[in-house]
Design a protein around this ligand. Structure first.
Ligand SMILES: [Cu+2]
Length: 387
C-alpha cells in the first residue's frame, strides 16, 4: 500500500509538474514568486538593489574614465598640490550613508516579515439583514494589537464572491487598541451574507501591489492569518522527514528519485514522497536535523532556513496558487548534499484533507476528515491509492 501511495505521488508528479517552479538552463534571475512575500523580495532585488548598483557602477566608471583622460601625465603635466576638499569629503561620506538607509529600511521590513510568524485572526459573523455592529475581540498581546486601519480588513462573503470593503466610508471602527473593536457597517449585510473580520498586525501588500507603489502612494494591505498548521521538517544525511503534528503526527521520509524514475528536468528535484500543503493558508515550518546542519530552501517562497541538530528554527510561508514547488538542501552537508531535494505540492483544502486521511490510514489512524464527497484531481491514480 505504501508503494502504491508513493506511486500516486510519482504519477501526480508527472501529471502536474510545470515549468513554473523549475530553474531553467542559463537562467540568471530568481525563480518565479509563489507567494506575496516572495514578490516583495523580488521587488527588493530588482526594483531597489539592481538600479542602485547599476547607477553606482556607471558613476564610478565615468569618474575613472574622466580621471584617466583628463588627468594623465600628458594631459595634465603640472598637477595641483591640494590634499583636502571638505565639501567633497562630506558628500562622499554622506551620500553612501543615505544610500545604505534607502536599502536598509525595506530590507529590515522584509527580514521582520520572514522571521515573525503571522498572528492575524479571523472572525466570521452572519449578517441578518439588520445588524450593522460586529464586535471583534482584540485580544492579541499588547505588541500585536489592532491599532490602526491597515491592521483590519472587512470582507463580505455572500457565498458566491468575496468583497473587500476598501472604502473606509463603508464602515466605521471604534476601539483601536482596546480589548474590543466594534466595526459598524453603514448598510446592514444582506441576510445570509457572512461578514468576515480579519485583524492583526501581520499584513502584507496585496499580491500585485509592489512595494514601490506602497512607498509612493500607499497600497491596499491584506491581514495574514496565523498558521493553520505546522510542518515539522527534519533533515538527515541524505533526505528529509516530515511530520504534521496538527493531523496526528504521522511522519514520512522524502528521498530523491533516482535518475531512471523521473524526467531529466526533474532529476535531483523530484522525490518519492512530496510534502503536501493547502493553498492560501499560512504554514508554520519548524526545522531541525539529526546529524549535521542542513538547510530547507524553497526559492519560490523566498524560504531558506537552516536545520540545525539540537535546535528548532521556525519560519512560514503561504502559497498563493496550486502547483509543485522544488527546492534543495542549501547548507553544504556532505558528499550527497546535492542529492536531497525538496518537493512541495500545494493543493486545495479538500485534496489536502483527503491526503491527510490517506497518510493517517498508513499510520493506522482513523480518518480525520469526511472524504466521501471529495473528488481528487488525480482521479485514476487516487483510485489506485485507495486500494
Ligand atoms: Cu543537507
Amino acid at each position: 500500500m505504501k508503494r502504491l501511495l508513493s506511486g500516486f505521488s510519482g504519477l501526480a508528479a508527472l501529471a502536474s509538474a510545470s515549468a513554473f517552479a523549475l530553474p531553467v538552463d542559463k537562467g540568471i534571475s530568481m525563480l518565479p514568486a509563489g507567494s506575496a512575500l516572495a514578490e516583495e523580495v523580488h521587488f527588493f532585488h530588482n526594483g531597489i538593489l539592481m538600479p542602485i548598483i547599476t547607477v553606482i557602477s556607471l558613476f564610478v566608471l565615468a569618474l575613472l574614465i574622466w580621471v584617466i583622460v583628463r588627468y594623465n601625465a600628458k594631459a595634465n603635466p603640472e598637477p595641483r598640490k591640494f590634499s583636502h576638499n571638505t565639501l567633497v569629503e562630506i558628500i562622499w561620506t554622506g551620500v553612501p550613508i543615505l544610500i545604505l538607509l534607502v536599502i536598509a529600511l525595506p530590507s529590515f521590513e522584509l527580514l521582520f516579515k520572514e522571521d515573525v510568524v503571522p498572528d492575524g485572526k479571523q472572525v466570521v459573523a452572519r449578517g441578518d439583514g439588520q445588524t450593522v455592529d460586529f464586535v471583534f475581540a482584540n485580544d492579541f498581546p499588547e505588541s500585536r494589537m489592532v491599532k490602526r486601519a491597515d491592521h483590519l480588513q472587512v470582507v463580505l462573503d455572500n457565498g458566491v464572491e468575496r468583497t473587500v470593503l476598501k472604502n473606509r466610508r463603508d464602515f466605521r471602527v471604534d476601539g483601536w487598541g482596546e480589548p474590543n473593536l466594534v466595526v459598524s457597517l453603514n448598510e446592514p449585510a444582506a441576510s445570509g451574507t457572512s461578514v468576515i473580520l480579519r485583524g492583526g498586525r501581520s499584513t502584507q501588500n496585496v499580491s500585485g501591489c509592489p512595494m514601490a507603489k506602497r512607498y509612493l502612494d500607499g497600497c491596499e494591505k491584506e491581514v495574514i492569518l496565523a498558521p493553520t498548521m505546522t510542518l515539522k521538517v527534519n533533515g538527515y544525511q541524505w533526505g528529509w522527514t516530515y511530520s504534521y503534528p496538527d493531523f496526528g503526527d504521522f511522519e514520512f521520509s522524502s528521498n530523491m528519485l533516482p535518475e531512471d524514475q523521473t524526467t531529466p528536468e526533474l532529476y535531483r528535484f523530484e522525490v518519492d514522497n512530496r510534502v503536501v500543503v493547502p493553498v492560501g493558508e499560512t504554514i508554520r515550518v519548524t526545522t531541525t536535523a539529526r546529524d549535521v546542519i542542513h538547510s530547507w530552501a524553497l526559492p519560490n517562497f523566498a524560504v531558506k532556513i537552516d536545520a540545525v541538530p539540537g535546535r528548532i528554527n521556525e519560519t512560514w510561508f503561504r502559497a498563493e496558487r496550486e502547483d509543485v514547488y522544488y527546492g534543495q538542501c542549501s547548507e553544504i552537508c556532505g558528499v550527497k548534499h546535492s542529492f536531497m531535494p525538496i518537493a512541495v505540492e500545494v493543493v486545495s483544502r479538500p485534496e489536502f484533507e483527503a491526503w491527510v486521511d490517506s497518510q493517517r490510514a498508513l499510520a493506522g489512524l482513523d480518518p480525520m476528515f469526511e472524504t466521501d464527497n471529495v473528488k481528487l484531481a488525480q482521479g485514476p491514480a487516487a483510485g489506485a491509492a485507495a486500494e
